[in-house]
Design a binder for this molecule. Structure first.
Ligand code: ASP
Length: 423
């Protein structure tokens, strides 16, 4: 069979499995340096390519998507509905996380002495770089509005700012009579085609890129000294399991309901269609890097309209992070338990609010959710130093929560696609 005919997700899956296998062999044969010097760079190159295309993709697809909506009232209806659904799914995800963590109580598995020992060990390190200067409650709104477009475009962490500009630009386009904006509309339409084609080319490298990423990750994880984490391994394991259970509940318990009832899509077809995006989310830990593939899957495999995906998905990649918000809620309760704090119902409600906001503010890149966790912890008075404890297991959880983040975006896109007719 020609390689080109094998579906992409199978190639990616094979790349992942081969990468892990290679990693295990490399660890046993002591090929750490070789893997670092000759294999991992291909993973970095692949991620760089995906990140490279992210900003042009957001600008072009959002402007193109909005100008395709043709009138402002339609835009505001779809916009409100999209944001409403994003908020709803996020709140459901955080609440799911809270329910699960209140059942498993992972932080209570550490004995009192170990807990005290941990508090001593994990005070005031690592997190210093993570915590941000004192910010007012509206700082996250200020951060969305760029003071300089070009500065915003130079950082993948400022995607929300680029989105803001693109939304404003798109709205301006549809407020002006079509004959006056024809050139710009046509320009963005062809730019859109070109960017899509670039993504197509980049994706040809996906199996190799994913192979390299997994090989690098496996050797790296095996290379770290497990002695530090061994004593708290059980507790961390239960914490990780709690996050995983929560994510599973969302992806296999809650999303299918939305898919069946609101998007009216066969659940199997849905999951099969977005599998390449999910696999890529898993291996890159970045919704932004996955965005091009998410769009391709939704358009080609699920048949969603370009106007919908062009608007809903870029927005979702940065603001809708169901997996991240769930993880933040579980992590906050876990760390509170480790520090011997009993969170009241009111504090848990605060977690729902702050985890929702923090996940909106998290950049769609690896580890961002953990950085924004600082905000959630601060809101309920849990010492932020505790984040050092969950460092060890963050990467695998990041991989999984990114899958949920991406899936959540596609769920909402499918619902908008069915419920909104855009001529
Ligand atoms: N890696 C996640 C994403 O890109 C964000 C996070 O939770 O760290 O969706």
């Amino acid at each position: 069979m020609k390689l080109a005919r094998i579906p992409l997700h199978w190639l990616i899956l094979t790349g992942m499995a081969a990468g892990m296998l290679f990693g295990v062999v490399a660890v046993n044969l002591g090929w750490h340096e070789f893997t670092k010097d000759w294999i991992s760079p291909w993973g970095t190159i692949f991620i760089n390519l995906l990140k490279l295309i992210a900003i042009p993709l957001i600008i072009v697809s959002l402007i193109n998507g909005i100008s395709g909506l043709n009138d402002v009232s339609r835009l505001s209806r779809i916009g409100l509905k999209t944001v409403g659904l994003y908020l709803l799914t996020t709140v459901i995800a955080v609440s799911t996380g809270l329910v699960v963590v209140n059942i498993t109580n992972p932080g209570t598995y550490l004995s009192a002495e170990k807990s005290a020992e941990f508090r001593e060990n994990y005070t005031g390190n690592a997190v210093q770089n993570l915590s941000q200067p004192e910010a007012g409650p509206l700082q996250f709104v200020i951060d969305i509005v760029p003071d300089n477009l070009f500065k915003a475009m130079t950082s993948n962490a400022s995607m929300l700012q680029v989105i803001f500009f693109s939304l404003l630009f798109g709205v301006a386009v549809i407020l002006i009579p079509p004959q006056k904006t024809l050139i710009v509309r046509n320009l963005f339409e062809s730019l859109n085609e070109i960017v899509m084609q670039m993504i197509h080319l980049i994706m040809k490298m996906a199996p190799l890129g994913v192979f390299a990423l997994m090989a690098g990750l496996t050797t790296q994880l095996a290379g770290t000294n497990p002695a530090d984490t061994l004593q708290i391994f059980g507790t961390l394991g239960i914490y990780a399991l709690t996050v995983v259970i929560g994510l599973f509940v969302v992806i296999f318990g809650i999303y299918p309901v939305f898919i069946r009832i609101f998007a009216r899509l066969p659940v199997k077809k849905f999951f099969k269609g977005i599998a390449p995006a999910q696999l890529l989310a898993f291996s890159t830990s970045s919704s932004a890097a996955t965005l091009p593939v998410t769009m391709e899957c939704c358009e080609e495999n699920l048949g969603l309209r370009k106007e919908v995906t062009g608007f809903v998905l870029p927005l979702g990649a940065t603001v809708n992070m169901d997996g991240t918000s769930l993880y933040q809620a579980v992590a906050a309760v876990f760390l509170a338990q480790i520090y011997g704090m009993d969170l009241t119902f009111g504090q848990q409600l605060t977690i729902i609010l702050t985890a929702t906001l923090a996940s909106i503010g998290s950049a769609a890149v690896p580890g961002a959710g953990m950085i924004m966790l600082v905000i959630v912890l601060n809101s309920v008075g849990v010492p932020t130093e505790g984040i050092a404890l969950i460092f060890a297991v963050d990467r695998p959880l990041d991989m999984l929560r990114t899958v949920v983040n991406v899936t959540g975006d596609t769920v909402v896109a499918s619902i908008i696609n069915r419920t909104e007719s855009i001529p």
